[in-house]
Design a protein around this ligand. Structure first.
Ligand SMILES: *Cc1c(COP(=O)(O)O)cnc(C)c1O
Length: 377
């Protein structure tokens, strides 16, 4: 769809967001929001259908077996929609955790009264596939396995292919929170045999917040009718209305956000697709880490477990360092960085997803070098 906006009239952002979403978006993505849409008009519904089919194409080359559901709210709402809608009352969930987002899934199960067990591998280790198999071998009552792809808490990339393979060997339904990776790390849901994959508009696809989406295996989704523990987050119902209503949403749809997302998807296609974007993020991340190491910083994770999405850096070993001061100084330099979120060690995080390019990373490194205040005192 064509934009009729003079981009020069749009204000520049005062700083670049180096956060894992909401993140820095292009001017065209922001400009796409400057018109109103009717939520049940054909123009809008066609846009929704086009987004849905392009998302399935992005998720797999075997598109026939999969469908998409768009869901209002932030990413957590979409995860909760899946957890609350796909596990039958007699079901049992195994959650693999190594950070805040895995824990959040376990918390959802608890709130929803779903029987769940947690296999935690600590904050600085990938989820443990060997232990997963040992549990699945002895506990036949488990029906579903949930795992986070990139645990944004640390930047860890989890071995989802192995998790799915072992889970399928024992006949389990596989749920993947790919919130911070989908669109930025190549994944084929059919090849990996993932039943439900969740992501949101404002992460690697570089849209604005307001909704998320679920890529679902059709056969797995068809079994979920009438299972939901929530009215508004009923995954099956939302799918049925969208599918049979040709792009209709059950309740008010975030129209401006959806239009911005369409633009963001177009820009992902123009960039050359998911693989090209993965390469950009990887280049950003490697350049960032090499530059930060030169300035005396260390990463929390070894390179082999590190995703290209976001990196955790240990605080420098100095009594003078304070994150608040570093944050404020970096903001002065034109960059918003992210606090750490783990208990194992004091860290801060720098994301490199969004409309962020190599020249931005070079500018950032210069900015950090300008502000090594704990070294000069
Ligand atoms: C961002 C994110 C979520 C969702 O967080 P919201 O704040 O609800 O958007 C869930 N899981 C992961 C791994 C994330 O990175």
């Amino acid at each position: 769809m064509k934009l009729n906006v003079n981009l020069n009239q749009l204000p520049d952002n005062p700083y670049l967001l180096l956060t894992p979403g909401p993140l820095s978006t292009s001017k065209k993505v922001k400009a796409a929001m400057l018109r109103d849409w009717c939520t049940w008009d054909q123009d809008y519904n066609e846009l929704v259908q086009s987004i849905r089919s392009r998302l399935v194409q992005m998720a797999t080359s075997h598109t026939d077996a999969y469908t998409t559901v768009l869901m209002q709210g932030s990413g957590t709402f979409c995860v909760e929609s899946v957890i609350g809608s796909v596990i039958p009352p007699s079901g049992k969930l195994l959650v693999l955790t190594n950070g805040a987002y895995g824990k959040r899934i376990a918390q959802m199960a608890e709130v929803l009264g779903i029987y769940a067990i947690v296999l935690d591998s600590g904050e600085t280790k990938p989820v443990n596939v060997k232990q997963l198999e040992e549990i699945l071998k002895v506990d036949a009552s488990i029906t579903h396995v949930a795992v986070v792809h990139v645990e944004t808490t640390t930047g860890m990339i989890n071995p989802i292919a192995d998790v799915a393979k072992v889970s399928k060997k024992y006949g389990k339904t596989v749920i993947v929170d790919a919130m911070s990776s989908f669109g930025g790390v190549p994944v084929d849901v059919e090849a990996l045999d993932i039943d439900f994959l969740i992501s949101s508009a404002n992460k690697c696809i570089q849209g604005v917040p307001g909704f998320g989406f679920i890529i679902a295996n059709k056969e797995a989704l068809y079994t979920c009718k009438g299972l939901a523990r929530s009215l508004s987050l009923d995954l099956y119902d939302q799918w049925e209305t969208m599918e049979h209503g040709n792009g209709k949403w059950r309740f008010t749809s975030p129209t401006h956000t959806v239009r911005a997302f369409d633009q963001a998807m177009q820009e992902l296609e123009e960039e050359g697709g998911v693989l090209r974007r993965f390469e950009r993020f990887t280049r950003n991340q490697q350049t960032l880490v090499a530059g930060m190491k030169k300035l005396g910083f260390q990463t929390l994770l070894p390179d082999e477990w590190q995703s290209p999405i976001i990196t955790s850096f240990l605080f420098p070993d100095s009594a003078v360092f304070s994150f608040d001061e570093f944050y404020a100084r970096m903001k002065q330099e034109g960059f918003v960085i992210y606090p750490g979120k783990i208990t194992a060690a004091p860290t801060f995080r720098i994301g490199n997803i969004g409309d962020v390019h190599l020249e931005d990373i070079h500018r950032l490194l210069q900015g950090v070098e300008n502000q090594l205040f704990w070294k000069t005192t």
